[in-house]
Design a binder for this molecule. Structure first.
Ligand code: N2P
Length: 385
């Protein structure tokens, strides 16, 4: 995953690849061969290949879509968005629908890696929250390429009993829990993990230090890198996809991770009646809010099926089921009344105004500072200089 981030430097080459591919398509159609290229109106196979975050599509949703449409969903998962970026920018992934963070859409569009959505095929998009759409339009003008699926925050996931045994007055709602070496050291034995999210964690660290979370200043970035390097001895792993189950089973006691996974860990522990509790805190110092969006690769083999799936996922019942299962909110307005009350009333899921004030939205980085972030992150995770 870390190695994958390195390939971000290769973007211009990918752009050329897409330009060449477009030329080849044009040449083929001029030769009257467009039918062979699978023109949009040609009947598509009854398949849609999706590449989404792990645990992000309930099994009932897949079954219902397949039954209603006869289109089979092939669901591949990732647990680090850099894996997706590498595939998306290389092209030829075979995916029909992918899920980057909203802050990556501009980069993918500029590289020619994704296609504009056919709005007519997504009537349910009319029900999306206009404030969220206006906000996302700042990164994807006219919401041309992407549709929001879920959002959430990066914060402190912890086991209150295990933490209290080791530190009575632990500052559980503060990033001091993880970023202060003398505090983190107290929890090393019960297990601290962190999501493998270079840009996300770096923005949180910069903000914690009092800098602009998207600072491009090399000295500030290095200070954030030094903050992380100092706590490296206390971090057990960076396996984003394992954090939820390990907190639920008591194998971890603390993590810097994503809101729904924390609340989901607590639900899993409750289901298994193992007496473990997992709590989530939005850091008092502030943190990032991310939006995970759906977009279609330029060379998707089944773009019509992808549109049909987007529209299905935006229906109020299906969106509410998603939020009830994953504990990440969605932007479909008519879904909120259908969400379990315990979920829609939880201020860590559907944020209170108070929490909202502490959040900053993920922003795209310029290539130079992205390279610095990638380098600092790699040396943090691998423990090398
Ligand atoms: C997967 C959650 C991933 C959210 N369960 C990260 N944007």
């Amino acid at each position: 995953m870390v190695a994958a981030s390195g390939s971000l430097a290769a973007i211009p080459t990918r752009k050329e690849v897409f330009a060449m591919r477009r030329l080849a398509l044009l040449a083929a159609s001029m030769l009257g061969l467009s039918a062979l290229c699978g023109g949009a109106s040609a009947a598509e196979d009854k398949t849609v290949n999706i590449y989404f975050w792990y645990d992000y599509v309930p099994a009932e949703t897949i079954a219902e879509f397949e039954k209603q449409t006869g289109i089979k969903i092939v669901y591949d998962t990732f647990d680090s968005v850099d894996m997706l970026t590498t595939k998306a920018l290389t092209g030829g992934s075979g995916y029909d629908l992918i899920m980057p963070g909203a802050s990556l859409v501009g980069q993918y569009a500029k590289a020619g890696a994704i296609q504009k959505l056919g709005k007519a095929a997504i009537p349910n998009a009319a029900g999306l929250n206009p404030d969220i759409m206006a906000f996302l339009a700042r990164q994807d003008p006219g919401n041309a390429y992407s549709i929001p699926y879920a959002y959430g925050t990066t914060g402190i996931m912890y086991n209150p009993a295990t933490i209290a045994q080791r530190m009575k007055d632990a500052p559980v709602d503060s990033l001091d829990m993880i970023f202060k070496p003398e505090v983190a050291a107290r929890f090393k034995d019960c297990g601290i993990a962190m999501v493998d999210s270079p840009e996300g964690v770096m923005s949180v660290a910069l903000n914690y230090l009092g800098f602009d979370p998207f600072s491009t200043n090399e000295a500030e970035l290095r200070k954030a890198g030094a903050l992380l390097a100092a706590i490296k001895p206390y971090i057990r792993h960076f396996k984003s996809g394992s954090i939820m189950t390990e907190l639920a089973s008591g194998d971890l006691c603390l993590a810097l991770g994503w809101s729904g996974d924390a609340i989901g860990a607590n639900a899993r522990a409750a289901d298994s009646r193992n007496g473990i509790e997992v709590r989530y805190a939005v850091p008092r110092e502030g943190t990032e809010i991310f939006f995970d969006v759906m977009t279609i690769p330029v060379d998707a083999p089944h773009p019509e099926n992808a549109h049909a799936l987007i529209n299905f996922l935006l229906s109020p019942q299906v969106s509410a089921r998603f939020t009830n299962a994953t504990l990440y909110p969605n932007a479909v307005q008519a879904a909120t009344p259908l969400v379990d009350k315990a979920v829609s009333d939880n201020p860590n899921i559907y944020f209170s105004k108070d929490i909202l004030k502490r959040l900053f939205a993920a922003q795209p980085r310029d290539p130079k500072s992205l390279r610095t972030v990638t380098r600092l992150w790699t040396s943090f995770v691998t423990g090398t200089d």
